[in-house]
Design a protein around this ligand. Structure first.
Ligand SMILES: NC(=O)c1ccc[n+]([C@@H]2O[C@H](COP(=O)([O-])OP(=O)(O)OC[C@H]3O[C@@H](n4cnc5c(N)ncnc54)[C@H](OP(=O)(O)O)[C@@H]3O)[C@@H](O)[C@H]2O)c1
Length: 324
């Protein structure tokens, strides 16, 4: 695996170039500000009437309508939500300069052919492995966030150099840039969202909370045990790895984990994980995402509403209020 750090990267391919950041949300804001602070000429491209333009300008950034931003740029970074990339690309394509570079922070749109860029464009990915808020705060502390980079189309012969220079300019070269492909990044990311950290872990916490409460334990104690301790284990794994985490907990906790962990996460869980990976690779999730957007996000809206009304959330709010 190739891992690049700042000392391996030449910043020259971005020197004197203009970067258009399309979207000023979670990633757009962080990447635009980091590039700007790294001395890159940035323009933030926004749709007409966007509420984000005042905020971007107040932070010292130049803003323009999407088509104008794109027409003025050597590098165009797609940082609007994934599910609108197809329509956004169709809208901007006539204004993208011949031989420009088109960048993404997630492999989904290209891997699942929602965007099929013109043959004259360079096509690259810099996918920071964490939220934009952390990308920005790490940059301001002089640190960086690890990112994955890839090139899917190299029309000018300079796509790789532009990609890694971009990764360096948003601060990721301080932590490391890992070489990958759009397909590998998209599949691994979508798999994790469903089957591990974002999908399965919260459901495991909820199931544990509900089991304890059904067994007569108070919601407050059930919450502290099953949800509250997640932060502690995350910090220990981050600092020491999984084996190191297990070595510093009590023998009681270590033996409990040894006997109980594999009983819950058994081969049937692995079999369902393999199903999720196969479905992701077959494009099932990408199709669901496009359908959700086309329908106006009904499933997401319903789930958000229901999630807020559970006993677990009431308990969270009570405990948070008590903390002040
Ligand atoms: N969120 C993360 O932490 C994260 C981490 C790694 C990679 N990524 C990737 O980064 C990319 C951006 O994700 P994000 O979460 O940062 O997106 P986001 O916060 O949801 O993006 C919001 C921005 O997109 C603009 N936008 C929304 N719909 C638009 C439309 N129809 N036309 C033009 N602009 C539109 C919004 O414009 P207005 O300002 O006008 O509302 C806003 O500025 C995605 O590819 C994602 O997979 C995200």
């Amino acid at each position: 695996m190739e891992l690049l750090r700042d000392t391996d990267i030449d910043p020259a391919p971005l020197a004197g170039k203009r970067v258009a950041i399309l979207g000023y949300g979670n990633q757009g804001r962080a990447q635009a500000l980091n590039l700007h602070d790294s001395g890159i000429d940035v323009v933030v491209g926004l749709r007409g009437g966007s509420g984000s333009s005042n905020e971007a300008e107040a932070s010292g950034l130049t803003t323009a309508l999407l088509e104008q931003a794109v027409a003025s740029a050597d590098v165009v970074m797609m940082l609007a939500p994934d599910e609108i990339h197809a329509s956004l690309y169709r809208e901007i394509e006539p204004n993208v300069r011949e031989g420009a570079a088109l960048g993404f922070s997630h492999g989904l749109s290209v891997r699942f052919a929602l965007v099929e860029p013109r043959a004259d464009l360079d096509l690259f990915m810099i996918a920071p492995k964490g939220p934009g808020t952390a990308l920005r705060s790490l940059y301001k502390q002089g640190k960086g966030m690890i990112a994955v980079w890839a090139v899917a189309q190299d029309s000018t012969g300079k796509a790789r150099d532009i990609a890694v220079a971009y990764g360096q300019a948003i601060g990721c070269g301080r932590a490391g840039l890992i070489a990958s492909t759009f397909a590998e990044e998209a599949e691994a990311d979508l798999f994790n969202e469903q089957a591990v950290v974002w999908g399965a872990v919260p459901e495991l916490l909820i199931a544990g909370f509900e089991t304890l409460v059904a067994g007569g334990v108070s919601p407050e104690l059930a919450y502290l045990e099953c949800v509250g301790e997640l932060k502690l284990i995350a910090e220990l794994i981050d600092a020491r790895g999984i084996a190191g985490m297990r070595e510093v907990i009590s023998n009681t906790a270590e033996l409990g984990a040894l006997l109980g962990g594999k009983r819950i996460v058994d081969d049937s869980v692995r079999a369902r994980m393999a199903e999720v990976l196969a479905e992701v690779r077959a494009g099932k999730f990408a199709a669901e995402l496009s359908r959700e957007e086309a329908d106006g996000y009904p499933r997401l809206e319903k789930a958000r509403e229901e999630n807020r009304r559970t006993l677990l959330e009431e308990t969270y709010r009570r405990l948070s209020d008590d903390k002040g």
